[in-house]
Design a protein around this ligand. Structure first.
Ligand SMILES: [Mg+2]
Length: 272
């Protein structure tokens, strides 16, 4: 199949956001048309994000500001993936959350008890904690030391989160600090785990043969697509350089200059 055919064969597009549909606060010029052409053709899309510091509501506001109308069901976040994972494996666990208030709030809304009392904790949740304090690191260290085997789950393991000036530490870097004191690494539900694409397919009823994961990072976006057995599409509009691509062990199924190539394919124009 040609690249164009593989794109046209796709019924469900899972889009990473930053670096794929916009760059920080600048929407790419093709994004609006791309999203409406996908919908008009009867296909589906979901926005997939590892960032657990923001709630879906925050993302709806962000996209609205960029001129894109979105609703709750258009998103798949690593917070939703944590809730999905916990319901499967630790349904009644009381959670110590090293994460933002917004992460705690979403987990409570999913029916979980969030506690700061260590003796009442059954499971540790790590998020992209932009409200991190030393007390939280202290508490998690204590739990990891005094409660061997306690379930330990991270929303994502990205090392850095992009900003206008470069980057700041993300959840993976915080988990590395805790690895240094405990030698334990959490289970991660965000990309590159296949869990989010799997949850997306379960939610939409569309199978792996007709699903594509599209993103600008190999070690999260592309890898989650590969792990889930869907079409793994790398776009070169974000952080991946030709050099990174060449050296990567994980090779995408398709490499596109940007997601504009998807729009071209769906309009039956040449790709790339
Ligand atoms: Mg990205």
């Amino acid at each position: 199949m040609t690249a164009g055919d593989r794109i046209r064969n796709t019924q469900l597009f899972l889009f990473d956001m930053d670096g794929t549909l916009y760059l920080e606060n600048d929407l790419y010029d093709f994004t609006k048309e791309l999203l409406s052409v996908i919908r008009e053709s009867g296909r589906r899309y979901l926005f997939v994000t590892n960032n657990s510091s923001k709630s879906v509501k925050d993302y709806i506001v962000k996209l609205e500001k960029l001129g894109i109308a979105a609703e709750y069901d258009d998103f798949l976040t690593s917070t939703q993936a944590v809730a999905y994972y916990l319901k499967l494996h630790h349904a009644d666990a009381r959670l110590y959350v090293c994460g933002t208030e917004s992460l705690k709030e979403e987990l409570r809304r999913e029916g979980f008890i969030v506690t700061e009392e260590l003796e009442k904790t059954d499971c540790i949740i790590m998020g992209n904690d932009t409200e991190l304090t030393f007390q939280k690191l202290y508490d998690v260290s204590k739990l990891l030391h005094t409660r061997p085997g306690i379930p330990y789950v991270a929303t994502n393991l990205d090392y850095v989160c992009p900003t206008s000036f470069g980057s700041v530490p993300d959840c993976g870097s915080m988990c590395d600090m805790l690895y240094n004191v405990s030698k334990r690494r959490p289970i991660s539900v965000g990309k590159p785990s296949p869990l989010m694409p799997q949850l997306a397919m379960e939610r939409t009823g569309i199978d792996a043969a007709h699903t594509a994961m599209v993103g600008d990072r190999i070690y999260t976006d592309v890898k989650s697509g590969l792990n889930a057995g869907v079409l793994a599409v790398l776009v070169m509009s974000g952080e991946t350089t030709q050099e990174i691509l060449k050296e990567s062990e994980d090779q995408p199924d398709l490499v596109l200059e940007s997601a504009a190539c998807i729009l071209s394919a769906l309009k039956n124009e040449d790709v790339n």
